[in-house]
Design a protein around this ligand. Structure first.
Ligand code: PMP
Ligand code: GLN
Length: 385
């Protein structure tokens, strides 16, 4: 190490390597079936891959416009109009981003000032708190209490102060698979009315809501939409998590601030994928097929585990199933998933990784976005435990 004139003080002293990277690496090391990090083990539709090839060969290989290619922004505007009855201008209110992670970071960089408070709900997706802290913001934790993981609106109300700048919500929720109701949205709307709080709504699992329930996008609720930044991800929707393409919608004034930061964080996003996605988004019926695909996988997974010693928690959305394992082991969740990976050949995520204090309720998360063969092999191992 060189000796620095000033000590090199970490901006993120509490942060190590993300649990998703750690568990995927452990799965690989032990040749385990990887149900930890959330990504499909099946490929994107062949037609989408051909469109990518065609877009590159058609010469879409230089910087696209900063906010994203116009045909893609128009397709996104048409989508949210059709699904949620929401009107967003492709010119001024929609921006294509390098994944939802970048959209979330950029929204915070653009809108959170040093000393501002940002309310998040724990268990919480792991990128939110560090992204707030890098802006000098203060993270304030509301609780989604185990095992129901329902928001406690009286608690949220008590956490709001004059310094609250943003509330980050995520439904369907990673890792618990909970889905917020229209009443939750009404409660949130009532709490933020007459404040200057911005809502950042992470809706990357918007198409994975099961059993006939509907996704309560903030875009369905004008009183929330007018103060919200909404994020979705093509990675989840088209089985292309490695493309890292997502998008963000917000009313004009918020989006103008978002773009000021976006242009210096990433400037713009991989061009051929944007053209391919714009074309593929014209295919009818995709979102319904996707929902049916994942509901079917969830049902297979739950059906098989219902005959095991794992206890299933509800899964109303996302491609994650949480379980408890007290009948199998008294270990902490990290120790248990490590042993599950090493000795039984199935990797999972310990849900304690989603809590600032590492709260351990003995809950682990499996990703069921896997081919029928992978699920079958994993389930064979899990039901033997
Ligand atoms: N938010 C949530 C809740 C997620 O689960 C994920 C990824 N699994 C992201 C954001 C990040 O999405 P992306 O890969 O598009 O950056
Ligand atoms: N969001 C994915 C998950 O919850 C992982 C994404 C990542 O590895 N950063 O598993």
């Amino acid at each position: 190490m060189p000796s620095y004139a000033r000590p090199l003080t970490s901006r993120l002293p509490q942060v190590g390597t993300t649990i998703f990277t750690v568990m995927s690496a452990l799965a690989q090391e032990h040749g385990a079936i990887n149900l930890s990090q959330g990504f499909p083990d099946f490929d994107a539709p062949a037609e989408l891959l051909s469109l990518l090839d065609q877009a590159a060969k058609a010469g879409h290989n230089q910087y696209p416009p900063m906010a994203g290619v116009p045909v893609l922004r128009e397709a996104i505007a048409a989508k949210v109009q059709a699904l949620y009855g929401a009107a967003y201008s492709p010119d001024t209110e929609i921006t294509v981003t390098a994944g939802a992670t970048q959209a979330i970071f950029t929204a915070m960089a653009a809108l959170v000032h040093p000393g501002d408070e940002v309310i998040v709900f724990a268990p919480v997706y792991d990128s939110y708190a560090p992204s707030v802290e890098l802006q000098g913001g203060k993270v304030v934790y509301a609780t989604l209490a185990h095992p129901d993981y329902r928001p406690d609106w009286a608690q949220v109300k008590a956490l709001i102060t004059p310094r609250t700048r943003m509330i980050v919500i995520n439904s369907p929720h990673n890792p618990t698979g909970m889905v917020w109701t229209a009443d939750d949205m009404a409660q949130l709307e009532a709490l933020v009315r007459d404040t200057d709080i911005v809502v950042l709504s992470d809706e990357v699992y918007e198409h994975m809501v099961f059993d006939g329930a509907r996704h309560e996008s903030v875009m369905r609720h004008p009183g929330l939409a007018e103060r919200s930044v909404v994020v979705s991800s093509f990675g989840k929707t088209y089985h292309v998590t490695g493309w890292k393409v997502a998008y963000c919608l917000a009313p004009r004034e918020l989006m103008a601030e978002f773009r000021k930061a976006h242009q210096f964080i990433v400037f713009t996003v991989h061009a051929p994928t944007q053209h391919a996605l714009a074309e593929f988004m014209q295919r009818p019926g995709w979102y319904e097929q996707l929902k049916a695909l994942y509901q079917g996988k969830r049902d297979i997974f739950r059906q098989a585990l219902s005959g095991s010693r794992f206890e299933l928690l509800p899964c109303a959305g996302t491609y994650f199933q949480c379980v408890t394992y007290r009948a199998i082991s008294e270990e902490g969740d990290r120790a248990f998933v490590e042993r599950l990976t090493r000795e039984h050949g199935v990797a999972a995520i310990p849900v304690s990784a989603f809590y600032p204090g590492g709260d351990d309720h003995g809950v682990i998360r499996f990703c069921f976005a896997k081919s029928a063969g992978t699920l079958e092999r994993a389930l064979e191992r899990l039901i033997r435990l």
